[in-house]
Design a protein around this ligand. Sequence first.
Ligand code: AMP
Ligand code: GLY
Length: 423
Amino acid sequence: MKALVVGNGGREHALAWALLQSPNIEQVICTPGNGGTATMNNCHNLSLGLDDFAGIVKAVKENQIDLVIVGPEIPLSLGIVDYLREHNIAVFGPTKAGAKIESSKSWAKEIMTQAGVPTAQSQTFTDALAAQEYIDQVGAPIVVKADGLAAGKGVIVATTRSEAIAAVAELLGENSGKLVIEEFLTGSEVSVLAVTDGKTIRPLLPAQDHKRIGEGDTGKNTGGMGAYSPVPLVTQELMTRIEQEILQPTLAVLNQKGIDYRGVLYAGLMITPAGDPKVIEFNCRFGDPETQVVLPLLDTPLDEILLACVEQRLEQLPALEWKSGSAVCVVAASGGYPDAYEKEKAIAGIDQANQSGAIVFHAGTKKMQLEQQEQIVTAGGRVLGITAVGDDFNQAIAIAYDAVKLVQFVGMYYRRDIGHKYR
Ligand code: AMP
Ligand code: GLY
């Protein structure tokens, strides 16, 4: 079988890598891919834009691709799945209508209310004055969210009233003119990525992201500086509650609305101090970097799961099989990220890190000619996801950080405390 992965991040490298672990997969093409997918065996890139749907259809036909997997939310929210399905292409991912669960926070809240899913109390506003009155009524801390996709920059957790009022001005001005203002939740954040064929929904192992740039979860929010899986806090009993109280009722409401959702429903959860799961947000895709720790633990061939979703026979698929250990991913970022940073720095030591027992997933990298040589260079804020699987967290952390020390590029920054909670 041949697969095509749309996207160019660490998530997409991990998807391509996991597909190539399967005995069923002979080749993977990535559009546009990155330096990692350009250099993996049986994998190559085609330089097509994420919104070049016609180009992707042409590539699928020319290369006799059997299955397309869409990584990022932007093409999903633009309707890539609707377009590919019209061309009779097997594609894993929700339609534009389903992707709205991520692309509109107010709509996601409506779905949660209808489904009776536990989430932060909230209200939607288009008017700054009404938003201000609500903030005065509820008080700080309070969370202000832009309604639409904002690449991780649309959420402001305001600790004071004046921060909240400033957040309203900033987010109303820059976005679709719609805001969701919600209750501040406390507890531990967990990501549960669940696969669904629109009828049945099955969670993958839970993971935890490290969103802040600094050690001890301090400083600015980022796309994610590392992750680990599974999450000891999420017991079997809690996972059953997440399935019954959150995943299944949400899918049922999507169904009632006539939405044919075959992809990942990613629940970003807060586990409250009382131990109850509440939804912070839904995403319509695999998480990044969560995918980089979840897929290396998966023993069931990934293509079998994705095809069962696309062909709507997930119920018949045997229980998913997992390795018994733990996985940790440490993100190596460009100095300065999440603010401005430099690009095109040569990266050394990737082969040595791979040989040491880690898996180096590329995120912002590309292959280019530098000093008369073809080299892998930095091309984004998050550059590499250096991942390791171990018998336990101690072992996974040791392998991952030993590998991190083998990698070098000018300005490289990483957090030293990924997964340390469970060491
Ligand atoms: P998001 O972009 O929706 O993932 O939000 C970014 C981060 O903001 C989340 O990972 C949380 O840490 C935080 N956040 C969002 N909503 C809430 C909330 N209601 N209560 C507390 N923290 C929140
Ligand atoms: N890890 C956060 C996300 O994928 O949205």
